[in-house]
Design a protein around this ligand. Structure first.
Ligand code: MN
Length: 240
């Protein structure tokens, strides 16, 4: 019979050996690849009470993660997907092999949209300042009219989709709705900011009251980040 000491040593070895195995198993579930899930730049509960922590957790860790994982799945058989800038692939979907084109449209669109979405939120509140504030006054009729028009446009998206503000290289702004995970990037444009009106973005707290979510969302827009994106767009440096 094996000595107690030797048995313990073997149990210890088995436990240690199982750790890297678990790591490999997790990696197999979420295929590694060129597409990465960016971490939320704040805690899940940072946007409370306007967006609840549970919604943020599920939205980022499951919905956005699924788009990224699906893209890494496509990249296994189509490694060229990982070698081009995301905005370039989305602007030229006709160049994507037909068998995966719809999948890339949905999942890479979702990845780009959510990457932007996390970035332009935070608990800053406040109002736009500087050049972006001037552009809102010039192109969108001032902050109040802009917010009302943006909310109305988001409210009219039937089913799932987004409401964006696009920005040209000259700094001109426009409100643009999109269905599903489509993005202005697919038209060769740039999104300054946007709000996700899929039910997964608000249903736990707001249920069918999308207009209430759209209204409350302005409390968590990080105008400093939007200002940075505006400057980047005018400098030709804004990607997704
Ligand atoms: Mn979403």
């Amino acid at each position: 019979m094996m000595s107690l000491t030797r048995r313990h040593a073997l149990v210890g070895l088995a436990a240690a050996a199982s750790l890297p195995l678990l790591g490999r198993h997790a990696a197999a579930q979420a295929p590694e690849g060129p597409f990465k899930l960016p971490p939320l730049p704040y805690a899940n509960d940072a946007l409370e009470p306007h967006i609840d922590a549970r919604t943020m957790e599920i939205h980022h860790d499951r919905h956005h993660a699924a788009y990224v994982n699906n893209m890494n799945g496509f990249a296994k058989d189509h490694p060229q997907l990982g070698q081009k800038p995301i905005e370039e692939i989305l602007a030229n979907l006709n160049n994507v092999p037909e068998a995966i084109r719809t999948g890339v449209r949905n999942n890479l669109g979702g990845h780009a949209n959510h990457t932007m979405f996390w970035q332009i939120m935070g608990k800053s509140g406040g109002k736009p300042t500087g050049e972006v504030a001037a552009a809102i006054d010039r192109d969108l009729g001032g902050l109040e009219k802009f917010q009302n028009d943006f909310n109305a446009t988001g409210g009219r998206v039937f089913g799932s989709g987004w409401v964006f503000v696009t920005v040209t290289k000259d700094g001109k702004l426009a409100i643009v709705p999109k269905p599903n995970q489509d993005t202005p990037l697919m038209d060769g444009q740039r999104a300054l900011m946007g709000n996700d009106v899929w039910e997964h973005a608000y249903y736990l707290k707001y249920q069918n009251r999308r207009p209430d979510y759209l209204k409350a969302w302005w409390n968590v827009v990080d105008w400093a980040k939007v200002g940075e994106r505006y400057a980047a767009a005018k400098a030709g440096r804004l990607t997704i």
